[in-house]
Design a protein around this ligand. Sequence first.
Ligand code: LCS
Length: 393
Amino acid sequence: MKHHKQFETSVIHDGYESADMLGSLAAPLFQTSTFTFETAEEGERRFAGEEEGYMYSRLGNPTVTVLEEKMAALEKGERALGFASGMAAVSAILVALTKANDHIVCSSGLYGCTFGLLSMMNEKYNISHDFSTMETKDELRELIRPETACVYVETPINPTMKLIDLQMVAEVAHEHDIPVVVDNTFASPYLQRPLELSCDVVIHSATKYIGGHGDVIAGVAVGKKDFLDDVQMTTQKDIGGIMSPLDAWLLIRGLKTLPIRVDRHCDNAEKIDVKLRSHPKVSRVIYPNDANHPDYHIRQKQMKRGGGIISFEIKGTKKDAQKLLNNLGFVKIAVSLGDAETLIQHPATMTHAVVPESSRLEMGITDQLIRLSVGLEAWDDIWGDLEQALDRL
Ligand code: LCS
């Protein structure tokens, strides 16, 4: 039954049965570190895995379970696992999939801290990586080696908004029995579901659209039950980056409005995209739902809509980019994205400051590039603020 509801219904009803919780409409917050056992033998059976039940919140918590079940249903996966942050999810999945001297092929553009993690894994454990634009099958095939442990993809890529054809990537990776891990943070499951496109693991920074209100740092991974059971009881249990019950509770609340919010983010972004394109101080606008976007055909193929993030380049220098941010009124200068508030940031000096300049430029992150997370305000108010800031450059 649970996989047959439409997305808008699933997001509200899946993963929770009020009748099981004294009729409480909202899922209760189990703010507890541990769980008591009726007898010593019950504790023994639970720790031996012979009996279902909670033991200690680092090993599982009922509020976190509700969020995990919702995310599994929305991404069409067998199970989901909550984490303390998007980076806790990224690092646990990569640690689980690799061993020393392995190799990873990744998209030619990644969130700055994911780039940092891969550099650290390379330095400490000799787990090397290659970047690929993944524009053709051959380009990806050429980089796969016997020691390649996974293909790791962001799409849309933060912050260059390039798209990757997930079905194509999965086809090539599976020729070699290599799993494909997709960071689906920018799209959210409402717009794109990588597991339905044959990919193997989905990761979210739930901090963004899943929560949607800028009050939580959290992460989620979704995929096969056996794999995530193993990640939970090995990597996550021992490294410890679990999702807190309060964060799960806030995410459950945020998720209920995901489709409504994301549609509004998209409506607003589509209008702002058109306006930005016609402004004389703007040299380039990168928005996946625009027919001018080089990957527009991939958007049509695998994403329901273009999402809420627009990147654009202004004419001028780094100082002009900073001036544009300083000229804004209610549009807030901040990293993060997917919140009700419109947020703007300068990737070269903020989210991707950790990436060395040469790699940053190869990814397409120039000093003139600005990333806008279009919020839920009235679109013409957002444009009004941006226009006055651009006009004053
Ligand atoms: N993956 C992507 C694509 C992200 O954009 C981020 C964070 C993460 C993973 C990590 O998630 P976190 O640990 O922060 O929950 N991206 C940020 C950004 O673009 N601005 O601030 C954070």
